[in-house]
Design a protein around this ligand. Structure first.
Ligand code: URA
Length: 206
């Protein structure tokens, strides 16, 4: 299932990010802020359980999150979305998955993975700003499932229809969230209009 989170603040901040004249500091800050705004919608249906507490005035039955949350950035651009989400879910743990494209097989090849202990029971939020062909997102979901994850959400900033279709076909059980669905991929696999190379813009590389 696809949800495009349409909100004036997100549209405003994403336009700043898309602008080629926006520098690394403002790009990162707006990505952080959009991550926080998106997580409000992404976590809307997280399960809660009752908890008995005392207010200064009276006993009270409140609510707490019933499951741990694990944020799983796909290295390296996914790292740019972690802190904005952590601001809203400070108890979240972070799993990491690193992959690069094998130039012979053209398939994503995993070079690093690290998971917290309770990963299989957690709500897993995989993050990667750009959903282009969907290859790395599908591979990350494959890895998360292979490590026992039962409930997975995929959060990207900008998606191309090609990537959305590929993820929905490979993993129909995963809820996909975008801040914007763009027009298409170009012949080099970049999203049009997109925002360029997210990793380079986050980390100031070329
Ligand atoms: N990765 C990026 O960083 N940008 C794109 O447009 C596509 C993939």
């Amino acid at each position: 299932m696809l949800t495009v989170i349409d909100h004036p603040l997100i549209r405003h901040k994403l336009t700043i990010m898309r602008n080629k004249d926006t520098g690394t500091k403002d790009f990162r800050q707006n990505l952080d802020e959009i991550g926080g705004l998106m997580v409000y919608e992404v976590t809307r249906d997280l399960p809660t359980r009752d908890i008995q507490i005392e207010t200064p005035m009276a006993p009270y039955v409140g609510q707490e999150l019933a499951k741990k949350v694990v944020i799983m950035p796909i290295l390296r651009a996914g790292l740019g979305m972690v802190s904005g989400i952590m601001d809203l879910i400070p108890t979240a743990q972070v799993a990491h998955i690193g992959m690069f494209r094998n130039e012979e097989t053209l398939k994503p090849q995993v070079y690093f993975e690290k998971y917290p202990k309770d990963f299989p029971e957690a709500e897993v939020i995989i993050v990667d700003p750009m959903l282009a062909t969907g290859g790395s997102s599908i591979a990350a979901i494959d890895m998360a499932k292979a490590h026992g994850a039962q409930s997975i959400r995929l959060v990207c900033l900008v998606g191309a229809p090609e990537g959305v279709n590929a993820v929905e076909k490979a993993h129909p059980d995963v809820h996909l969230y975008l801040a914007a669905l763009d027009e298409r991929l170009n012949e080099h696999g970049y999203i049009i209009p997109g925002l360029g190379d997210a990793g380079d813009r986050i980390f100031g590389t070329k």
